[in-house]
Design a protein around this ligand. Structure first.
Ligand SMILES: Nc1nc2c(c(=O)[nH]1)N[C@H]1C(S)=C(S)[C@@H](COP(=O)(O)O)O[C@H]1N2
Ligand SMILES: [Mo]
Length: 244
């Protein structure tokens, strides 16, 4: 749901002049502490979470946990070619087959209506992280602001160093698809996509581009980095669209 009280720029320490990479390091430490806590304990807890999630059903009728997935407690760093990570150089291009292309800096992104939601994410390697709280701006809102042309069918998420990933327009403009800069109240660690990454929770996690630089609306589909390397073009976790 959108938060009508935005903008709330006061609450963004990374916009202050003293902000630096320590913010990321703190975020990273919070994410990895539980993993480092001791293999046996973590494994037991994870298996309990997996069993519990298997018994749950989502409001859309699908099982909470897609087939072949196991619950973990913190995002695992899955690598990738990192962007600069800082808020000062951050720019997001919203472009393609649109009437009014535009570019946002970090402060401008925060001035748009904000959304906060709990989402589950599912990595194709078999782990799921359930119920984290994400904050950001809906891709649907960016689409509306840009005025997408009538024949647009796909959205290309663009990231640092040329990483791209493609999502059908209807799915990319679902209300739970965000350009996000907060997870569980904290900025993303650099390795998890700081300062802003995509969140496409209902497709495998490689569709959630880290170090986001652009959202491009297109008529013709353009398979992205992983999609041209053997991964599935659509990537639904519930039908295990893992490989193409
Ligand atoms: N820019 C960029 N985004 C990316 C990737 C990447 O290599 N580059 N990897 C993807 C993959 S394969 C996964 S599983 C998730 C991992 O996110 P995490 O490292 O925060 O867990 O990011 C996705 N987004
Ligand atoms: Mo992945």
């Amino acid at each position: 749901m959108r938060d009508p009280r935005s903008p709330d720029l006061e609450r963004f320490p990374e916009l202050h002049s003293r902000w630096d990479r320590r913010t990321f390091i703190k975020g990273a430490a919070a994410g990895t502490a539980l993993v480092a806590f001791g293999g046996a304990l973590y494994r037991l807890a994870g298996d309990d979470l997996t069993r519990a999630a298997r018994a749950e059903t989502r409001t859309d009728g699908r099982p909470r946990l897609p087939p072949g997935q196991r619950v973990i407690r913190a995002l695992r760093n899955m690598g990738g070619d990192e962007g600069p990570g800082d808020v000062r150089s951050f720019r997001l291009r919203v472009h393609g087959a649109v009437k009014t292309p535009f570019e946002l800096d970090y402060a401008a992104l925060l001035k748009l209506p904000q959304t906060e939601q709990a989402s589950d994410v599912h990595c194709v390697t078999g782990w799921s992280r359930l119920g984290a709280q994400f904050k950001g701006v809906q891709v649907a809102l960016l689409a509306e602001k840009a005025g997408v042309k009538g024949d647009v069918r796909h959205v290309i998420f663009e990231a640092a160093h040329g990483y791209t990933t493609n999502v059908p327009f209807a799915e990319a403009t679902a209300p739970n698809v965000l350009a996000t800069y907060r997870m569980d109240g904290k900025p993303f660690a650099i390795e998890n996509g700081a300062p802003v990454r995509a969140l496409v929770p209902d497709l495998y996690f490689w569709k959630s581009a880290k170090w986001l630089t652009g959202v491009r609306f297109v008529v013709r589909d353009e398979p992205g980095y992983w999609e041209v390397r053997g991964y599935h073009n659509h990537a639904s976790p519930w039908t295990e669209e893992r490989y193409g």
